[in-house]
Design a protein around this ligand. Structure first.
Ligand code: ZN
Length: 253
């Protein structure tokens, strides 16, 4: 792809990321409350229905200077930030994995990971619809990468057995049931080698970040694992092979 077409493709991807980032916000707000995703958007303070022009990702927030048009209540910066992050991550996925169908699936996975991270951080629960969605993406990944089907199926099975044992013997203290399902679905997408590195990476990132947060903001000892599992799985989906080669080079030398 030549430079100008590539730039246009990334521009379109970014726009898709912004728009679906808006949907990520809707899911993150409504799934924990079991509200319909099709209900019209309204202001959290005055309940006034939002107009179409106030629902343009990123742009509306900037034009309204972060306040509701009717009541002037502050709109959380989380909304434009999620849209922006989703857009940037879509571009990153295609840059790292190339222009192919699997990158499209990785983008769906990315948005599901964002919803899970936001909800788990706020409620310590992972909504079942998110895990079911990830499982569906996993089935599509199996169809797309049919020659490596066993690798994908083992991915789901190995990580499920490992984490379920952890869940069972710690009586849910070490890891939550939602985390187990999340990793099983992610294992189906990533395959067994990448999901195992993803879990190790998540444990490392999770413990470092949580130690810092406990020191800085006096956060409690309860740790939402979901966001870290998502970060580990996302990084390994894109750069898992590089990690594997790097790790194996230590064993061989
Ligand atoms: Zn309002």
């Amino acid at each position: 792809m030549t430079g100008i077409y590539r730039a246009m493709a990334y521009g379109i991807l970014f726009l898709c990321g912004l728009i679906s980032g808006g949907f990520v916000n809707v899911c993150a707000d409504r799934l924990p409350k079991r509200e319909s995703l099709r209900k019209k958007a309204s202001c959290g303070s005055c309940r006034e229905e939002l107009r179409r022009k106030d629902q343009i990702p990123l742009v509306s927030y900037l034009l309204l200077k972060g306040r509701c048009r009717s009541c002037g209540a502050r709109i959380s910066v989380r909304y434009p930030l999620t849209e922006l992050v989703n857009g940037v991550l879509y571009i990153t996925v295609f840059m790292a994995n190339g222009f192919n169908l699997m990158s499209g699936l990785y983008c769906l996975m990315t948005s599901a990971f964002l919803v899970i991270s936001i909800v788990d951080e706020q409620t310590l629960e992972i909504p079942l619809p998110c895990n079911l969605f990830l499982g569906t993406v996993g089935i599509l990944a199996c169809i797309l990468d049919f020659t490596n089907l066993l690798e994908h199926l083992l991915g789901a099975a190995v990580i499920f057995l490992l984490l379920y044992a952890l869940y069972f013997f710690s009586k849910g203290a070490a890891i939550g049931g939602g985390d187990v399902k999340l990793m099983a679905a992610a294992g189906l997408i990533l395959g067994w080698k990448k999901i195992l590195i993803a879990f190790l990476l998540a444990c490392i990132i999770g413990s470092v970040c949580h130690l810092i947060r406990m020191k800085v903001s006096k956060a409690g000892s309860v740790l939402a694992m979901g966001p870290y599992l998502c970060i580990g799985a996302w990084i390994c989906a894109l750069w898992g092979d590089e990690f594997l080669h790097w790790y194996l080079s230590f064993l061989i030398v």
